[in-house]
Each structure stands twice: as C-alpha cells, then as structure tokens.
Design a protein around this ligand. Structure first.
Ligand code: TXA
Ligand code: MG
Length: 344
C-alpha cells in the first residue's frame, strides 16, 4: 500500500478521486491555473469540509467547476449576452463568471451571496474528474487560507499535508495564477479579480470593462482580502520610482535579503538569493513560475524579500495584484540605500 497522498494521476487514480468526491470527501486536483481542493458542490457537508481543511472563513465564496456549458449554465438563473460571448471565447479556461445562482447551489458555496462563480477548467484531469464525479465541483486553491497558492502537487502536500486524502499529481500547472473573476452590473462586465485571462483579451470581446476597487461595494467580492498569498518571510514591493535608480551599487540592509523579479535585474553585493521569473521579462512565463519562486524564497531562511513591480499589462495585472497582496510593505531607495518599510 502506498500511503503517500500525492499520486500521479493515472485513470484509476482519477476514478478513485471521483469516488471520494461522490462520497462527500474533498480531494486535491490540478487545473491549468493552480491546484484546487475540490468537493461535491451540491453537498453542503462536503463543502463544509473544504472550509475546515483550509481554515477558510465562511464569508469567502468558492468557485464551482463544471465540465460542460450545460452543466455550468444550470448553476445560474440567467446568463446575459456578454457572459455568453466570454464563455464562447475563453472556456474551457482561466475565466470565472459570477451570475445569480440557481436554487440548487448551497448557500455555503457562495458564502450566502445570491450569485455563484463558475468556470470550466482547461485541464484534462480536472475535466475527467468532474465528468466521472457526475457533479459540479466547488474548489478553492488548495492552500491554507491566506497562504501561497500551490502550482504543484508537492506544494499542496506542504500546505495541507494529511488533511487531504488524495492529491492528483499532473506536474506543475501551466498558467500559474488563478482565474480572472468577472461579474456583470447592468450588463457591464466588472472584473473582481485579475487572473489568467488578460483584461485586454476580455475587452476585445465585450468592450470596456470596469475594474472592481476597494471603494466599490465590498459585498461584491468578499474574498478579495488585502493581505493574501502571503509568504512567512516579509515581502516588500519596490516602488516604481526606485526601479529606475536600481543599480549593482545599492547598499542592502543587514540580514539575508532575497530578490524576486519578472525580468533580469542588477544584483548588488550582499543579496542572498534571487529569483528571475523570465530571462526576457515575458509575463506569461513569469506568471507560470511566480508562486513556486515565492515558495522557494520563503523556504530559503531569508530575513526579507524584495519584489520588483510588474508592468500592468497582460498577465502582469494578475502578478501585480498577487505581489501587492503578498506584501507586508514597500521598499524604496534613499541615498543609494535600500529601505524596507512595513505597512502600518
Ligand atoms: O483559478 C482559480 O480560480 C482557482 C482554481 C482552483 O480554479 N480557484 C481559486 O479559488 O482561485 P479561490 O477560492 O482561491 O478564489 C475564489 C475567489 C473568492 O475569494 C472571490 O474573490 C471570488 O473568487 N468569488 C467566488 N465566488 C464569488 C461570488 N459569488 N461573488 C464574488 N466573488 C466571488
Ligand atoms: Mg486562493
């Protein structure tokens, strides 16, 4: 008997996972974005186990994963034209649509909200699991609440350990950041969370979208907490104004400092670790490696991390959002010295 919860997913493993889902037990599975912790979305007791395993507060709604458009649409009471267009263009894929929920969707899934977020993931294992389970699968990212999202099965095991009975392993996820979450207000698309589908791609299909921001109704996106995706090591985001003055002559504060950048940067003496997400500054490549790099830096026994800001275009918006939420404060240059400042 192999008791390791991480199992490379041959068909028999997927069938075993589907059996667990049907029996009301959560399992971890790969999607194209991050690994999810899934349970039968129609079964409140199964869904409650997700919240317990993650330590997730009940006000944070879950995304429901469907294997077909018919299954997805059955979870809503309406589907406006712009939503149809987005489904046609981006499903299966990293786009979650939030619309008024059908009566059969338990309140626990939506944290009591009248709407439910649904997506069809673009991953053969996820799709096979949903089909074999015969039910839609509610799944948040498979990390402890507030922690770094897992993009490998090993990261899931690190995050959740023995609390989860089975982790289907299909290697590192391709996209690396979570889905873009979109809702509709008076027919206008509103982006609640930037993610794997760039805003520019969405706007090419449905025209100008609105970005949800903090001054909007907080009930619209209760899960968008300011601090999230946080490493245990304090991360400071370098101010844009300091980026232009960055050089290899900068004085680094005492202690072990790690750098995280989407593109190559000059490395001053005294830096203990560095993660360059893409040698060409490619934002798709950067997104794919982001959470793993953050996890490696967090495990390296450093005193502080400094993240370079990311351009706000394409997948850069999702990366900038995750970086900001992971951060404990800002870093800036003052007379050639790097200064780390915790947010008050
Ligand atoms: O790519 C993804 O979306 C991954 C994979 C596993 O599919 N899932 C994921 O789930 O990122 P999670 O729980 O980490 O993020 C779900 C977020 C919530 O925190 C909230 O911001 C938004 O999606 N959301 C879900 N349902 C919503 C609703 N009814 N209204 C507003 N926002 C909602
Ligand atoms: Mg999450």
């Amino acid at each position: 008997m192999n008791n390791d919860p991480v199992q490379f997913c041959g068909l028999s493993r997927i069938e075993e996972a589907a059996r667990l889902i049907r029996a009301g037990e959560p399992v971890a599975f790969p999607t194209e974005t991050v690994y999810g912790l899934g349970a039968d979305a129609t079964h409140p007791k199964a869904v409650a186990k997700i919240f317990a395993i993650k330590g997730r507060p009940a006000f944070d709604p879950l995304i429901v994963h469907a294997a077909s458009e018919a299954q997805a649409v059955s979870l809503w009471t309406e589907c406006p034209e712009p939503a149809r267009l987005l489904m046609e263009n981006f499903w299966p894929g990293p786009l979650t649509l939030v619309l008024p929920k059908a009566a059969g969707v338990p309140d626990l899934v939506t944290a009591g909200l009248p709407s439910v977020g649904v997506r069809i993931p673009n991953h053969p294992v996820a799709l096979d699991l949903i089909r074999r389970s015969g039910v839609p699968i509610a799944a948040p990212s498979a990390n402890r609440f507030g922690g770094i999202s897992p993009t490998t099965a090993q990261a899931v095991a690190q995050e959740l350990g023995e609390k989860v009975k089975l982790i289907l392993d299909a290697g590192p996820t391709r996209v690396g950041v979570e889905s873009t979450v979109v809702t509709f207000q008076a027919g206008t698309p509103v982006v609640l969370r930037p993610g794997g589908v760039p805003i520019e791609a969405i706007e090419r299909i449905v025209g100008k979208v609105r970005m949800h921001n903090a001054s909007d109704d907080p009930r619209l996106s209760p899960g968008m907490l300011t601090r999230h995706y946080a490493p245990a090591t304090s991360l400071y985001v370098l101010r844009q104004a300091s980026v232009n003055r960055w050089s290899s002559a900068i004085q680094i504060p005492s202690g072990k400092i790690g750098l995280l950048s989407y593109a190559p940067v000059k490395v001053p003496p005294g830096v203990s670790a560095i993660e360059i997400l893409s040698s060409t500054g490619n934002l798709v490549e950067s997104a794919a490696g982001f959470f793993q790099a953050l996890r490696r830096l967090d495990a390296a026994g450093l005193d502080a991390l400094v993240g370079f800001p990311v351009p706000l275009k394409g997948l850069g918006r999702a990366l900038a959002d995750r970086l900001e939420r992971a951060s404990a404060g800002q870093a800036r240059l003052e007379s050639g010295k790097l200064v780390l400042q915790s947010a008050s």
